[in-house]
Design a protein around this ligand. Structure first.
Ligand SMILES: [Zn+2]
Length: 436
């Protein structure tokens, strides 16, 4: 029985001090990341650097902006993103907005909070979607606008409406220190870094109602989202041999009242010495692989996922097409196709064989050699077919479903399982009536 793991987005948790003078600002309430096909996925905690989702050292990452964002802000984002190039053997190449393929797509918008896909997980997203969101409301100089409102005789807390009104009449007063902090933090995620407070045993959280309430009020997070974004502790495996670093740009600020022992961490505004050690281990200069090499599977050139109903065999034929590349370490790879209902939930099953962690699925374990390149359904010779018999899908005739295709990797040697290497879903399709 396989479990699955989905963490699409890691969220930046804190809000700038000036905002204390305003009532709840929607721009700071960060929605937790899209949980891909389902809202019911469990979330597995991860540690400080996700070794399975880092890019190859020496990679030039193609980056573009999605529509929106002034030149001033874009220039600042580019400048601060490139700060990581000083310490990591990786390069950001910013392309014009109309560029074709990009690895990273940055949206300067409002209302989506600050967040980023973790490393190569950006590849799970459509080229039409951003992989990094910056919320420009989180970059406004809140102190400046609060002072203006005070001079007009107002008393804090000011309302969101008042702030928006000031922004309209007197725009473009930004808090560049905050912008720099947020950009370096989120681009750290884009390179595969995770939250430093997840370092094993680093923070003894007081898991009380007041903490859940605090994050609900400041971030709009549910209990589950707080568990995921704040409390989840990483595995020792992901520390990459580094020590816990409370000065990391990847650390949330922590109030004393949030911990059992009064432990607190102030906002960090710069890439720390520890961050430099970690990023250099993941992207060493003059090397093509990280210091700690883990099995990886790279999926590219993904074509349309072809799904058809086969009358003779009475079932669904699923044909994904892609190129697959393995690295020097051997892992066990599974191709998994699952059914997702109209509401976005994986369909449950009691089937003995067509079952992936309790979900209706067909999967295939693939034996791969290290350093190999394979092609699936790109030519007539490399056919890959996943077949789901209709009798395994009772009651679904006439229903609309989506097929979610995923590639998972088990790193058996390191006992690190269920690494999601690829994920995509089809558009909804109707199953024929009377057959299922
Ligand atoms: Zn974060």
């Amino acid at each position: 029985m396989k479990q699955y793991l989905v963490v699409a987005v890691i969220i930046l948790g804190s809000i700038q001090a000036g905002y204390a003078q305003f009532e709840k600002i929607p721009g700071c309430t960060t929605p937790v990341g899209e949980i891909m096909a389902t809202r019911k996925d469990t979330v597995r905690s991860r540690g400080m650097a996700d070794n399975y989702h880092t890019w190859d050292p020496g990679t030039t990452l193609l980056v573009k902006f999605m529509p929106g964002g002034s030149k001033v802000l874009r220039d600042k984002v580019m400048l601060n993103a490139k700060e990581w190039e000083k310490y990591a053997n990786v390069h950001f190449k910013f392309l014009p907005d109309d560029a074709g393929f990009t690895h990273i797509r940055i949206k300067l918008g409002q209302g989506k909070g600050h967040n980023s896909a973790v490393g190569t997980e950006a590849g799970f997203r459509s080229q039409m979607d951003a992989t990094v969101n910056f919320d420009t409301l989180g970059f406004v100089d809140a102190d400046y606008y609060a002072d203006k409102l005070k001079k007009q005789g107002g008393q804090p807390p000011f309302s969101f409406f008042q702030l928006m009104s000031e922004l309209r009449s007197d725009p473009n007063h930004w808090n560049y220190k905050e912008l720099r902090r947020v950009v370096m933090h989120e681009i750290g995620h884009s390179l595969g870094l995770l939250h430093e407070q997840s370092y094993p045993d680093a923070v003894k959280w007081k898991k009380t109602d007041s903490i859940y309430n605090y994050y609900r009020q400041t971030q709009g997070w549910t209990k589950q989202q707080v568990d995921m974004n704040v409390f989840s502790a990483g595995s020792r495996f992901y520390t990459n041999g580094t020590r816990y670093d409370p000065t990391s740009i990847m650390h949330y600020s922590i109030n004393g009242w949030e911990t059992e022992n009064g432990y607190q961490v102030k906002e960090n505004y710069e890439i720390s010495a520890g961050d430099k050690v970690l990023i250099a281990a993941l992207y060493p200069r003059g090397k093509t692989s990280a210091l700690k090499v883990v099995p990886k599977v790279n999926i590219t050139e993904v074509g349309d996922l072809l799904v058809s109903y086969d009358e003779n065999r009475n079932g669904l034929v699923i044909k994904p097409s892609f190129l697959l590349r393995t690295n020097s370490k051997l892992g066990e790879v599974y191709f998994v196709a699952r059914l997702v209902d109209e509401r976005g939930y994986f369909i449950k099953t009691n089937s003995q064989y067509f079952n992936w962690g309790g979900q209706s699925a067909v999967y295939q374990k693939i034996h791969l050699l290290p350093n190999s390149k394979l092609s699936y359904n790109k030519t007539s010779k490399d056919e890959l077919e996943l077949f789901l018999p209709a009798d395994q899908l009772p009651g679904l005739g006439g229903k609309k479903v989506k097929i979610a295709f995923a590639v998972y990797l088990d790193d058996v040697a390191n006992k690190e399982m269920d690494k999601l290497m690829y994920f995509s879903t089809t558009n909804p399709l109707s199953l024929p009536t009377g057959k299922f």
